[in-house]
Structure formats: structure tokens, C-alpha cells
Design a protein around this ligand. Structure first.
Ligand code: PDD
Length: 284
């Protein structure tokens, strides 16, 4: 079951106009919210980022946080599975094709898919990534549905038998095509600071909080391309992939080619955090 413009319906029944500005211009924003044991993870943080994205494209938020919360509760209840991945999407609505903003109501779409754990093999052995030049616009802090550059960049990885493309802009690491990136150098966990050149990841925040709470030495600072290539460990974070070790980069081993100690520690802390905050009656 999905939600479209005020109504719940089976996805097969959902229709939008070909003149929707999401379809015509990619004029909209979105969020992906993981759900564990029927509870949305870090909902307020996701709604805060949604507001930032809406402000960034000058689109009024169609709902209050309470209304979003109620809608998400309903969509979660109407879909199968304890763990889900809720996708919500707002466009500037349907109007005759003209670049200027129309005076029309937005299109609001919410769907939910099962949230599946990554394959065990990926957790045991890590995954491969490649690097590419970050050729996206310079408002990557907006979670825009205009994802063509990200789609093209991700496909280069898929074509190379890898699962993510790590992006480099002007010699510095920004993020992945759909994830944030952490590296370990001299046993220090490093990640780039939030800026308009990357999406402020919710999982990125959780990872830094877990590092701080466990006294893991970490630093938020710019990371050069050379530092990435000579890192002891590289990891990605995202709502759907949580924390994953990248053990091959452009066909070279990262460190000894196995998921490293910092990854194992953070991955375990993340699972513990979910267990205490999300599972079995826990208060989110
Ligand atoms: N993408 N950077 C980009 C470009 C992303 O698209 C994502 C997530 C992230 C990680 O953010 P978070 O930890 O809040 O999921 C970073 C989602 C999962 C997607 O587009 O499907």
C-alpha cells in the first residue's frame, strides 16, 4: 500500500499526471527512512533534513511533523515486515510545462519496501568500490529527486563489479553516490565535514555519535584523494546499508583486504544501538 496525495491505495492503482514537475523537471525532494520493529529510525532528524531540502528548493512543507508521523505510522502498519524502508517524495505538483514555479498543490507520495539486511558475504568480506570525479551540482546537501548524476556515477561502479562509487571533488573526498564515507588512518576515524557538497547523512551522524560514546578517536576534517587511497580502512554509511566495509578500491586491497577493527567495532555498536533503541518495546 502506498500513500498518494491524501489517499492510501495499492501501488498498482497509483497514478500521477505526466505533467507532474517531478516527472518533467525532477523538481522535488525525498527522504529514505529505515524502520526497525515497526518504528521509524531517527524520524525527527529525517523530518528536519526534509525541511532543509524543502527550504532549499523553496517548496512549502505540506505537513506538520505530527502529520508526517501519523502518515508514516499508517504506511508502516499497512505494509508487511517489521523492518521497512520508507520512501517519501514531494514534488512541486502538476502544471503546464514552464520552468517558473506554478501555483499548484505539491504531489506527496510515500511507499514502503522491506528493509533487508545486507548479504552476510558483504559483512564478512567487505565490498568493492571505485572512485570517480564528483560532477554533481553544488547543492548536494539538498536531497533532490534529480538524481541523474548519482545514477550515472553508481552505474560506473556496477559496471566495474563494485557496489559504490566514491566521489572526489578538487582532490578531496566528498561522499558516495548514495552514501557517506569514513576512512581510518593511523587508527583515527576520519570523515569529511558537512557542507553543501555532500548530503548530511543520518547514519553519518549516528556513526559519529557511536564513535564519540565509545571513545574512538575520530576527526571530522577534509580528506584528500591520496589519504583515501592509502587508508587502513574505508567504510560507507547509509540508511539502507547501515555501515559497510569497503575492502577493495579501484581493484586494490584496502589495508589487508579484510574488514578492519574499526569497522567491526562500529558495526557492532550500530547493531547494539538498534537493539536497545528500536527493538522489543524500546523507546525511540
Ligand atoms: N541515500 N549521500 C547520498 C548522496 C545519499 O543518497 C545517501 C542516502 C547518503 C546517506 O544518508 P543517510 O545516512 O541519511 O541514508 C549520503 C538513500 C539511502 C537513497 O537515496 O536511497
Amino acid at each position: 500500500m502506498i500513500f498518494l496525495n491524501g489517499h492510501f491505495m495499492p501501488i498498482e492503482k497509483a497514478c500521477i499526471s505526466v505533467l507532474d514537475r517531478g516527472f518533467i523537471f525532477g523538481d522535488g525532494v525525498y527522504e529514505v527512512i529505515p524502520v526497525y520493529s515497526h518504528k521509524p529510525f531517527r524520524l525527527m532528524e529525517h523530518l528536519h533534513r526534509l525541511q532543509h531540502s524543502l527550504d532549499g528548493i523553496r517548496l512549502k512543507n505540506p505537513y506538520t511533523n505530527k502529520e508526517w508521523h501519523d502518515l508514516l505510522e499508517q504506511i508502516i502498519a499497512k505494509n508487511k515486515g517489521e523492518d521497512q524502508s520508507v520512501y517519501l517524495h514531494i514534488t512541486r505538483g502538476v502544471a503546464k510545462r514552464d520552468h517558473a514555479f506554478p501555483d499548484t498543490p505539491p504531489t506527496v507520495f510515500i511507499m514502503s519496501n522491506p528493509l533487508l539486511p545486507p548479504p552476510q558475504e558483504w559483512l564478512t568480506n567487505g565490498v568493492a568500490a571505485i572512485t570517480a570525479s564528483d560532477n554533481r551540482w553544488i547543492r548536494c546537501d539538498i536531497k533532490s529527486i534529480s538524481l541523474l548524476p548519482n545514477v550515472l556515477l553508481r552505474q560506473i561502479a556496477v559496471d566495474a563489479g563494485a557496489i559504490e562509487t566514491i566521489l572526489i571533488r578538487d582532490g578531496f573526498l566528498t561522499e558516495g553516490s548514495a552514501s557517506n564515507i569514513f576512512v581510518v588512518r593511523d587508527q583515527v576515524l576520519l570523515t569529511p565535514p558537512k557542507s553543501h557538497l555532500m548530503l548530511p547523512g543520518i547514519t553519518y551522524d549516528v556513526t559519529l555519535e557511536l564513535a564519540a560514546a565509545s571513545n574512538t578517536i575520530h576527526e571530522v576534517r577534509e580528506i584528500t584523494e591520496n589519504e583515501l587511497f592509502s587508508a587502513e580502512e574505508v567504510m560507507l554509511t547509509s540508511s539502507t546499508r547501515e555501515i559497510m566495509a569497503i575492502t577493495r578500491l579501484n581493484d586494490q586491497s584496502v589495508g589487508n583486504g579484510k574488514p578492519g577493527p574499526k569497522f567491526r567495532q562500529l558495526h557492532q555498536l550500530y547493531q547494539q544501538y538498534k537493539a536497545t533503541h528500536m527493538r522489543a518495546g524500546a523507546v525511540n
